[in-house]
Design a protein around this ligand. Structure first.
Ligand code: NAP
Ligand code: G4F
Length: 327
């Protein structure tokens, strides 16, 4: 018997890799999308283009409890991967209201709909290392207290607490992955890694002269999205639900990332980067480093990509992208 999975945020970076992963495991994959995604598929479904004939997309709204109830009653999924969110930290300073609304209410509505109409469904919540914010401990594990530094981080702490509470109060199979930054050639262009690798390719092809960045001293624990979606599945396929940190355990600065990305095309990053104060955040998360020993031990999860392989993968893909698309 095949399993049915419902993915919110299926059009995003992780949604597309998770879809590929689950299809390989013979799941029937259903995705919640915004109606506009179906109306403007060419543009909005670019990460799923190669998968569209093998999945079912449903227009619905994370902001509407009624639409989520209908969807859950219709699909009766075995597993829900709740990845849909306003995921760009910087934007959460500019639009606190919609970030909180989508990220907290969206999570609450799905959990509540599952409790009423499909309580045996397993639920994955996309928690984030942004919850650690101004870190209280180095490295950060499942036991580290949270200190979020943005409305995005605050919304993820609320989602994490909702998920834990539904597990404890209603005995539902609910897990949070506390995922550290993970990137790929499918990363959105607004995030710093993709902004850098795309600019590197454009500079190499003579389409751009410089790259404007904010805080280059910020440090992150960067992994590859392909590795991280496997951890989501492993969590929902354990005997008991729990929360796990997923990270590489290695830390690099934005400067390290830029230096390597430019080096890969024989350029010196110092000649191209200009610092812009308006790209700094009102309250910055300066340093994140994960301790994922629990996931390694209990899920037998291990990343295949290291930092160098990740940067190589992204630069290579962006050179191909810019050469083909011309922008
Ligand atoms: P992403 O590429 O930005 O994708 C976000 C997804 O959420 C998109 O499919 C987007 O749909 C959907 N979405 C946003 N607002 C929505 C709304 N109001 N209604 C319905 N769908 C909406 O993010 P990602 O990198 O794949 O991350 C997946 C999840 O993991 C997110 O929850 C993110 O916060 C979390 N996370 C990511 C990382 C990371 O480093 N990547 C680390 C920790 C946690 P549209 O295409 O229609 O906009
Ligand atoms: O790439 P970023 O925008 O990612 P950030 O803020 O770490 O958030 C990502 O990872 C979280 C997990 O920790 C996810 F939950 C979240 O959804 C998202 O996927 O910024 C990384 C760092 C920041 O310190 C930022 O200040 O890069 C710094 N930075 C410097 N210049 C820049 C820039 N970030 C962006 N986006 N653009 C810049 O020009």
């Amino acid at each position: 018997m095949y399993k049915k999975a419902l993915i919110t945020g299926i059009t995003g970076q992780d949604g597309s890799y998770l879809t590929e992963f689950l299809l390989k495991k013979n799941y029937k994959v259903h995705g919640l999308v915004r109606r506009v995604a179906l109306e403007d598929g060419n543009h909005r479904l670019w990460r799923l283009r190669h998968l569209l004939t093998r999945i079912t997309l449903h227009p619905a709204s994370l902001e509407s409890y009624a639409s989520l109830v209908k969807l859950i009653q219709k699909i009766k999924p075995h597993e829900v991967y709740h990845l849909g969110a306003q995921s760009y930290v910087d934007y959460s300073f500019k639009d606190e209201f919609s970030t909180l609304n989508t990220n907290i209410n969206g999570t609450h509505y799905i959990l509540s709909a599952l409790k009423e109409f499909s309580p045996k469904t397993k639920f994955y919540f996309a928690g984030s290392s942004e919850m650690f914010g101004k870190v209280r401990q180095v490295p950060q594990s499942e036991k580290t207290p949270f200190y979020p530094r943005s409305v995005y981080g605050i919304s993820k702490v609320a989602g994490y607490d909702l998920t834990r509470n539904y597990r404890e109060a209603y005995n539902m199979f609910c897990c949070s992955g506390i995922l550290f930054n993970h990137e790929s050639p499918r990363r959105g262009f607004e995030f710093v890694t993709r902004k850098i690798t795309h600019a590197v390719a454009r500079i190499k092809f003579g389409l751009q002269n410089d790259l404007r960045l904010g805080n280059m001293d910020a440090k992150r624990d960067w992994g590859h999205a392909e590795d991280y979606v496997e951890a989501m599945w492993l969590m929902l396929n354990k005997k008991k639900p729990n929360d796990y940190v997923i990270s590489t355990g290695k830390q690099y600065s934005v400067r390290d990332f830029a230096k390597l990305a430019f080096e890969l095309v024989d350029l010196d990053y110092k000649k191209f980067i200009k610092i812009e104060k308006n790209l700094y955040r009102p309250s910055e998360v300066r340093s994140l480093l994960g301790d994922c020993r629990k996931a390694k031990k209990e899920l037998k999860w291990k990343p295949k990509y290291d930092f160098k392989k990740l940067v190589q993968d992204m630069v290579k893909a962006d050179l191909e992208f810019v050469e083909k698309e011309g922008y």
